[in-house]
Design a protein. Sequence first.
Length: 201
Amino acid sequence: MMIAGTVGSALAAALFADIARSPVVPGANDNLSAVALLVALAERLRERPVKGVRVLLVSLGAEETLQGGIYGFLARHKPELDRDRTYFLNFDTIGSPELIMLEGEGPTVMEDYFYRPFRDLVIRAAERADAPLRRGIRSRNSTDAVLMSRAGYPTACFVSINRHKSVANYHLMSDTPENLCYETVSHAVTVAESVIRELAR
């Protein structure tokens, strides 16, 4: 047991030393693609305002640091966010070729997101807007969405994948703007706008 622990610790130390030596990746897909979505969605909502629903466009900027941003956001704003009238759309790495809506996530224990009927509404809204959106996939990665879901809010999380069902250029130096699939980002904006308009009905 002691030998296994020593070997495991040595491997972890080597891995973290390698990570520390690596340069910071550009981060176009992970996650400037979602920042682009926020800007485009803000422009659409300014051009065609939606009555009957309040929209908060929030960039948390800290999922890579173990969801530091969403922890802070919920700590500050949870008391004013009524669970019966608040819905979360989480966009993370949406610049790969195929847009998907996750059903759940978990590196060790898989957790489905709270309130499946909301995800059903999202699919209907995407179909109505003629925006391609795949569902039925769960992820072993961890996103901010899991904390929104655990807090009891209806949650939908959007990511994108390539033909290998992985995120394109994930944590690689090739994660640059010229390698984004802008069509997928555009589809994500359309889905988000359609969901907002559906909730306002």
